[in-house]
Every structure is written in structure tokens, then in C-alpha cells.
Design a protein around this ligand. Structure first.
Ligand code: NAP
Length: 323
């Protein structure tokens, strides 16, 4: 595997450079603070109306309006939500220096054409494989989070060096940087979100819970069985891999998993997974995301409200109260 660690990474492409972080949310906050602690000159770029300026400044970060931050920077990281990137890039492009580097933590907006970066810019990606809270807490513990790196456009000849030095400065070089492309990262990430960890797994938990409740089992027990045990398996897989996890559980659970797992995830499920991957690659999800933003996030708001009123969520809350 092509995995780069700090020992192989030259930090000098970022030396003396100024980095503008656009957005102070999940990733923006963590990356800005990690850069500052790595002694990189960093400024957080925010809209005039942003409530995040006070928080960033009280954490010791310099802030400025988007256009000023961009105009003062050699490296600009797009850390606002993906569906905002087109409008945000349009707003800041006139302020980007010739030959500046434009960075992303997800390949989506470049892969699916939300942005067509100016030809004189270096365009790179450092995509930490986890949330900003964990990126920050690992950094503070002297550890790092694995990240994917890529170069989409190398206008100056230094894009790869800047990407790697940036990954190292936010702490990801301690765990490793995996080489990829914007297209591969974006497609794999969107596939996983829909078909596996964020889409498939929760729906499997809900279906299991509802099947047990319909079969006469109390909601509390159904919840503990179908949802509550997820953390245990996640930790076992993280520590031992899937084969090691299976060896660590009881023979009863292992045999049950062997007999039941492939009946649930059968060929029809795999075919639908392949269909989702093809749709992602054809840009169908990117269109959905654009439409969702344009509608003021109507579907997401409705789904959030519905999820809060389910028996499963009520059961979760009543079990939490007993803790
Ligand atoms: N979340 C994750 O765990 C994660 C993991 C890996 C990669 N990523 C990637 O990291 C990037 C950032 O995601 P995120 O989850 O960190 O985003 P986020 O938390 O939703 O970003 C919020 C920040 O974006 C700013 N923002 C929103 N709309 C804006 C606009 N129109 N103009 C300027 N700023 C605007 C907000 O400004 P205000 O302060 O004014 O509200 C806020 O500071 C995305 O490309 C995402 O795919 C995320």
C-alpha cells in the first residue's frame, strides 16, 4: 500500500506559507487548531454574519472575512459544506492569488463539477477519514487520523508536496496518508454513505428492531439486542478485523452469524449496491444534493422530524434516562 508517514514527508512546502481555512465547522475547527499547534500561519475565513468568529478567536485563531482571508493566503482550504462549494468558490475566486493552492477534504465538488478551479491553481485533497472532533482529539494525544490525499491539478509543480505537508501539519501523517484521486475518494465515500455504514447499517438496525417488536419482544430488549450491541462489534472489528471479531465471540453467536448473515445480505442486496455505485458515478447523487440545497433541505428536515418520533428513538431516550 502506498502509505506515507511523517518520516517520509517534507514539511518545507508549507514553511512560511499562510493557510486560509474557509468554514469553522466540523473539519474547519479541527484543521485550523491542528495547523496552529503545528506552528503554521493560519487564518479562518468566515462570512460577515458568522457566529463562529467569537469561538475561533477565543480558541486563539485569527479570523477575517472570506475575501480578505483568501487574498492573504497561499493555501486555501474549502471546509464549508460540499453543496455550498460552488457558490463559495464563485465568491472567493477573484481573491485567490495566481498559483495559490486550493484544498479540499472531500472530492465531491470537484469530481462532480460543482467547481472548475482556475487552471493556474494547484488543487489538492487531504480527506481525514473521520469527524473533526476525533481529528482534533487524536492530534492532542500525539496521535493522528488516517487520511486520503490526492492532486487534481498541479499548476506549479508543488501540489503534491503541499498536500503531503498539509496532511502532516494536521496530524494525519502520524497515522498515514493514502494516495488516491478526487474521483475515487468521492465515489467510494458517497457509496459508503448510501449503501454501507451510514445508509445500510442504520436501516438494518431499524428493520431488526421493528421485526422483534412486531414479534412480541419488548421495545427495550429489541433495542438492546439490535442497536445497543453495535458499539461492541465496531470496537471488536477495529481492534481485531472481521475474522478476529468472529473468533472473539461465542460459538453460538459465530454460528448464528455464519448461517444468518448471508441470508440477509444476499445477491439481491449486492446487485442493489452495484446499482448505487453506478448511480453515484453517473452523478445522480450529486444532482440530488444540489436539489436538496436549492429546496432549503426540505427532505432532510422532514426525515429528521420523522426519525425523532419513532418508537425506536423513544426507546433510545427512555433507556438513556435510566443510565
Ligand atoms: N464532517 C465530517 O466528519 C467530515 C469528514 C471528512 C471530510 N469532511 C468534508 O469537510 C468539508 C467540510 O464539512 P464539515 O462537515 O466540516 O462542514 P460544516 O461543519 O457543515 O461547516 C460549517 C461551516 O461552514 C460555514 N458555511 C456554511 N455555509 C457557508 C457559506 N455559504 N459561505 C461561507 N461559509 C459557510 C459555516 O459558517 P458559519 O460559521 O457562518 O455558520 C461553518 O463555519 C466537506 O467537504 C466535507 O465533505 C467532513
Amino acid at each position: 500500500m502506498d502509505l506515507l508517514r511523517d518520516a517520509e514527508i517534507d514539511p518545507s512546502p508549507l514553511a512560511g506559507k499562510r493557510v486560509a481555512i474557509l468554514g469553522y465547522g466540523n473539519q474547519g475547527r479541527a484543521q485550523a487548531l491542528n495547523l496552529k499547534d503545528s506552528e503554521i500561519d493560519v487564518v479562518v475565513g468566515l462570512r460577515g454574519s458568522s457566529g463562529s468568529a467569537i469561538e475561533a478567536e477565543s480558541a486563539g485563531l485569527q479570523t477575517d472575512l472570506l475575501e480578505n482571508a483568501v487574498a492573504s493566503a497561499d493555501v486555501v482550504m474549502m471546509l464549508a459544506p460540499d453543496e455550498i462549494h460552488a457558490a463559495l468558490y464563485h465568491e472567493v475566486e477573484p481573491h485567490l492569488h495566481k498559483g495559490a493552492a486550493l484544498g479540499f477534504s472531500h472530492g465531491l465538488s470537484v469530481r462532480f463539477g460543482f467547481i472548475q478551479p482556475r487552471p493556474d491553481l494547484d488543487v489538492f485533497m487531504i480527506a481525514p477519514k473521520g469527524p473533526g472532533t476525533a481529528l482534533r482529539s487524536l492530534y492532542k494525544q500525539g496521535k493522528g487520523m488516517i487520511a486520503v490525499w490526492a492532486v487534481e491539478q498541479d499548476a506549479t509543480g508543488y501540489a503534491a508536496g503541499i498536500a503531503q505537508a498539509y496532511g502532516s501539519a494536521i496530524g494525519c501523517g502520524r497515522a498515514g496518508l493514502i494516495a488516491s484521486t478526487f474521483a475515487e475518494e468521492a465515489e467510494a465515500d458517497l457509496f459508503n454513505e448510501q449503501a454501507v455504514v451510514w445508509g445500510g447499517v442504520p436501516e438494518l438496525l431499524i428493520a431488526g428492531f421493528e421485526t422483534l417488536v412486531a414479534g412480541g419482544v419488548s421495545p427495550e430488549l429489541a433495542y438492546l439486542e439490535c442497536v445497543g450491541e453495535l458499539k461492541l462489534i465496531a470496537e471488536l472489528i477495529e481492534a481485531r478485523g472481521i475474522a478476529g471479531m468472529r473468533e472473539a465471540i461465542s460459538n453460538t453467536a459465530e454460528l448464528g452469524a455464519l448461517l444468518g448473515g448471508k441470508r440477509i445480505v444476499d445477491e439481491a442486496v449486492r446487485e442493489r449496491m452495484a446499482q448505487i455505485l453506478a448511480e453515484v458515478r453517473a452523478g445522480r447523487f450529486a444532482d440530488e444534493l444540489r436539489n436538496e440545497e436549492a429546496s432549503g433541505y426540505e427532505r432532510l428536515e422532514k426525515a429528521r422530524q420523522e426519525a425523532r418520533s419513532t418508537l425506536l428513538d423513544q426507546t433510545y431516550r427512555s433507556l438513556k434516562e435510566t443510565e
